[in-house]
Ligand binder design. Sequence first.
Ligand SMILES: C[S@@+](CC[C@H](N)C(=O)[O-])C[C@H]1O[C@@H](n2cnc3c(N)ncnc32)[C@H](O)[C@@H]1O
Length: 280
Amino acid sequence: MNASAGGQEFEFTDSDFNRLRDLVYAHTGIALSDAKRQLVYSRLARRLRKLNLTTFGEYCSTVEAGGAEEMQELTNAITTNLTSFFREQYHFDQLAAEALPQAQNQRAATRRVRLWSAGCSTGEEPYSIAIVLREAFARLQNWDVKLLATDIDSKVVQTAAAGVYDAERLKGMSVERRTRWFTRDAAGPDTYSAATELKSLITFKKLNLLDPWPMKGPFDIIFCRNVVIYFDKDTQRRLFERMAETQQVGGWLFIGHSENLFNVTRRYKLVGRTVYRRTE
Ligand SMILES: C[S@@+](CC[C@H](N)C(=O)[O-])C[C@H]1O[C@@H](n2cnc3c(N)ncnc32)[C@H](O)[C@@H]1O
């Protein structure tokens, strides 16, 4: 083990931290504060070992020279993917009671409803939405309902698409819902797989919200929760202005419990607890 001056395995200077900070900010929009320095070290140490590097300076040069592959590894290591089923339950209550009935009314002619879970992490959010969708549309025949679920982190998108969860992760859900929408895996550990009826509603894709978007919408309902807390105001403004372009007047936007659009954009008005609708 190579001990650096600070007694750590790898040398990690202020300049290395700033280089990484710039790389991460430019690629993901995530603004790393000084307080994140130790976190960055511990999340990336495994990559340095794997690449047989001895300093963070070498790692920065590898990312800068290395193209998309190492940038993806860096992104996967830096993102915070904390999530859970029916997180912020009041959003799912408002989705079922107001947003979906309103979307059903508005789309009665086309019977086409589109939703987007932007920053879907390991899938708990889109599967929770899909459960509410199946319950809401159960009596409605011939509706074309689709949910797009995207994240910048390639690993979490894979996990989300697989739809297999430890029993522990499903604890927050009622037994009725768990029994109805998940199947206990017969072989192996205590895991559950999401039902095909949920999976068939969702398209999972890797997507960096800072990049151009291949889809145009219109999205009736967007969930973008607990993603922009890591972005500065300018990045938030650009993102929500672009989201507004993918929605028609009245379109719904759900953001995270500690986020708000005050001084960010006027294109949405508040209609609930961190719930917004697109204005004129
Ligand atoms: C804390 S999780 C939130 C998951 C879920 N929306 C929820 O509220 O439970 C934030 C997610 O945003 C993703 N993310 C961060 N920056 C992103 C970007 N530029 N483009 C797309 N996703 C991003 C992260 O990879 C992470 O999975």
